[in-house]
Design a protein around this ligand. Structure first.
Ligand code: HEC
Ligand code: HEC
Length: 273
């Protein structure tokens, strides 16, 4: 565990986290936002995970071309949606995901280092340039965010809190005592990740998909082998409870940045910001 290597990253997280008015969470009632903004806490100083420098071997020299990507994306639409907003929550949204991350994942599916029989089949025929083009196409789309679960927890250690608040607190501040780093330190305060291959955009992702991945990470899932292995998330997720995983996933689905301050969305609506 190297805390020092993350110091710069955290400082960045704190700096970016300051304009709270830019942060918002879609919730099912209109009263929650003012409260939420007041409860946001700064990223703590000790993340428990080590940031891994990934080999940048996923791309060819040419950056992706979104127009070429659009032509290739037709085969992906059945599951991921033509605009990258999948209807079925077991398929991840690709809209707004970073080009380099998409290209890296397609490379890992193709080499079966991220094992998924469906995606193996779709990634196998793709060249590195195809992967970049598809990445460029989907990164230019806007993720439609969902709504976080506001129902009140009735029993257990988090009794009385709104369901998503458990995850919100971990996302923004982690839990130093249990060695859980703030998700925001790497995925950003608005869940937008980082344009490199490493840190995916999370905001608006289907809770079902996010919970599935977090559970798999907790069970030790690592994407990539040897040089390309990234063990960060298995470390991050190791101590999360089921309730925390579900709550994080719900919070992330409703998380979105707005340019007009806190904007809670009514249930059943969605908006792209
Ligand atoms: C038949 C359904 C299906 C089709 C068609 C499909 N995918 Fe997928 N895709 C999936 C599933 C399921 C997953 C989740 C895999 C997992 O759990 O590891 C996934 C995951 C991904 C991911 C990882 C996303 C993340 O957030 O980590 C990328 C990138 C991706 N698909 C790109 C594509 C592209 C590009 C195409 C078209 C060339 C495509 N997919 C076609 C089902 C599909
Ligand atoms: C130290 C940096 C770091 C921290 C802290 C971190 N993550 Fe991650 N996360 C990553 C990296 C890197 C990946 C990509 C994994 C890979 O490339 O193999 C990732 C991937 C993910 C994914 C998969 C996204 C997808 O589209 O499939 C989810 C979900 C996720 N993180 C959620 C979280 C949550 C929730 C937290 C806080 C509890 C968190 N992360 C904290 C670095 C981090």
């Amino acid at each position: 565990m190297s805390f020092r290597r993350n110091a710069g990253l955290l400082a960045l997280g704190l700096a970016v986290a300051t304009p709270l008015s830019l942060l918002s969470l879609a919730v099912t009632s209109s009263t929650a936002m003012a409260q939420e903004a007041a409860e946001v806490s700064a990223v703590p100083e000790q993340p428990a995970a080590t940031a891994v420098v990934l080999s940048q071997d996923t791309g060819p020299a040419q950056p992706g071309d979104a127009e070429r990507g659009a032509a290739k994306a037709a085969t992906c639409a059945a599951c991921h949606g033509m605009d990258g907003n999948s209807a079925d929550p077991q398929y991840p949204k690709l809209a707004g995901q970073h080009e380099a991350y998409i290209a890296r994942m397609l490379g890992l599916f193709k080499s079966n280092q991220r094992q998924n029989p469906i995606m193996l089949g779709f990634a196998a025929p793709l060249s590195k340039q195809d992967m970049r083009d598809l990445g460029a196409y989907f990164s230019g789309k806007t993720a439609l965010n969902g709504v976080a679960d506001e129902s009140v927890i009735e029993s257990g250690p988090n009794s009385g809190k709104k369901f998503y608040q458990v995850g919100e607190s971990l996302f923004r501040g982690g839990d130093a005592a249990r060695g859980i780093p703030a998700c925001a330190a790497c995925h950003g305060p608005t869940g937008s990740g980082n344009p490199g291959p490493a840190y995916p955009h999370l905001a608006g992702q289907h809770a079902k998909y996010t919970a599935m991945q977090l559970t798999a990470f907790r069970d030790g899932l690592v994407w990539g082998t040897e040089d390309s292995a990234n063990t960060v998330m298995s470390g991050v997720a190791a101590r999360l409870t089921d309730e925390e995983i579900q709550s994080l996933a719900s919070f992330i689905e409703g998380l979105h940045a707005t340019d007009s301050g806190a904007l809670p969305l009514a249930e059943g609506t969605s908006a792209a910001h």
